[in-house]
Design a protein around this ligand. Structure first.
Ligand code: RNT
Ligand code: ZN
Length: 421
């Protein structure tokens, strides 16, 4: 088996070599690209504040009732470990603040402290993964009317500002301890179901809240803030305070990182196209890779044309150190661990595909106005033996090759997940 994979790889490698592509170097590069894997796929965005917590409010929703959902931190960690064992390379885990280890007692969001994250830091250290963090401004009574940082009620706004400030402080400590900047992402659900009158008022409040929150400075060697906008959400169809334009302008004005969630735009918009348009103006970008399907922005990521185009733009940007790749989707209707594996491997495949393209040659055709050649090559390149290179990458990094990982998940279902119901 291994011999066949190696033989297929050697043949593939020669084909790419004919185009001036060194597959060895590319596999080394791919191994070094971390993907921030979102913990919330494992618990249907429930968190561990209260037993059996479910996603409420917030304009997002996890549908499905597949058995074996992680009910506590231990189970979530175990599931993440299983997923990581089936994904090549070294990655990051993206936590939501309500995944903290609250030791069985209720701790409100404005009381979060680093001590609730010690067990995650220890785990990350042991598993050699890094951590990112998200403030959690939904699934909470104080977010029930649909407003948080832009609420017209001062106490509500204050409560959420305190929450975000604490999450920033926690992020800084996580980054300091794990020796890798922890990216702290802010997304708020604020918006209205129907026609708003005072768009301006809400946006002014959001701007003021952000200004105040971001007043405390932390070195970028330990934490970085990123801001995530959205087009619409469930229950915020008519108006989203933190729209993409709002945060784009805010990020430029304040030189902050911007999060582009691929599910947060009109379906005909290309997020890949946005990278080169935005990156000259802000220091860094974060991608929440997702897959929009009709009204849902959070389906499991697959190797789609959109994803490939996104990966190609990441690679061609020549600024991969400024682009942080994270996942953001949640599907409770299939095995949750498989959802992580499918999505992460899809992103890695798209990056590999993009890295294997002869960009210099293609650019030259473009510059010479040789557009038929450009298009013809783009088409022919699609059927080069990229799968053989991917298989070898998995083999080299000691994870199951091809579809053989499916069996591993089936075994895990039988031995671990069955016990949970
Ligand atoms: C919601 C945003 C946000 C969330 C996570 C759970 O539309 O994409 O990133 O998905 O914070
Ligand atoms: Zn997102």
């Amino acid at each position: 088996m291994n011999k066949e994979i190696k033989e297929a790889y050697d043949l593939a490698s020669k084909k790419y070599e004919n185009l001036g592509i060194n597959t060895e170097k590319i596999l080394e590069h791919l191994k070094e690209i971390p993907i921030s894997i979102h913990a919330w796929q494992g618990d249907d965005v429930g968190g561990f504040e209260r037993p059996n917590a479910e996603l409420t409010g917030g304009g997002i929703i996890a549908t499905g009732n597949y058995f074996g959902k992680a009910r506590n931190i231990q189970e979530l960690k175990l599931d993440l470990e299983k997923a990581l064992s089936l994904i090549p390379g070294n990655h990051r885990i993206n936590l939501h603040s309500f995944h903290g280890d609250f030791g069985g007692k209720f701790v409100d969001r404005n009381q979060y402290k680093i001590e609730y994250f010690h067990s995650w830091i220890d785990w990350a250290d042991e598993k050699e993964v890094k951590l990112d963090l998200n403030s959690t401004l939904f699934s909470h009574p104080k977010a029930d009317d649909g407003f948080t940082l832009s609420s017209k009620v001062k106490e509500i706004r204050q409560f959420w500002m305190e929450h975000v400030c604490r999450c920033r402080e926690i992020s800084a400590e996580i980054g300091r301890q794990l020796k890798s900047p922890c990216i702290h992402n802010i997304w708020i659900p604020d918006g209205l179901k129907d026609i708003p009158i005072d768009r301006k008022g809400y946006r002014e409040l959001l701007k003021d809240s952000l200004d105040e929150i971001l007043r405390d400075k932390y070195p970028s060697s330990i934490m970085k803030d990123s801001l995530e906008g959205k087009l619409f959400g469930i229950g915020s169809e008519a108006f989203v305070v933190g729209s993409n334009e709002f945060y784009l302008c805010y990020a430029i004005a304040n030189q902050k990182m911007l999060t582009l969630d691929t599910g947060h735009f009109h379906p005909t918009e290309s997020v890949g196209d946005k990278i080169s348009a935005i990156l000259p103006f802000i220091p860094e970008l974060m991608l929440h890779i997702s897959r929009g399907v009709r009204w849902d922005s959070d389906h499991v990521v697959i190797l789609s044309d959109d994803l490939i185009q996104l990966a190609e733009e990441i690679v061609k940007s020549q600024a991969m150190d400024k682009i942080h790749i994270a996942l953001d989707y949640f599907d409770a209707s299939i095995n949750r661990i498989s959802a992580w594996v499918i999505g992460t491997r899809a992103v890695q495949k798209s990056l590999l595909y993009a890295l294997l393209q002869p960009w210099d040659m293609l650019r030259e055709y473009e510059e010479n106005g040789q557009y038929f050649q450009r298009l013809a090559f783009l088409e022919e390149l699609k059927t080069l033996p990229f799968g053989a290179v991917w298989d070898f990458f998995c083999l080299k990094n000691d994870v199951p090759v091809g579809y053989s990982w499916i069996k591993e998940i089936e075994k895990y279902e039988m031995t671990v997940l069955r016990e949970r119901s």
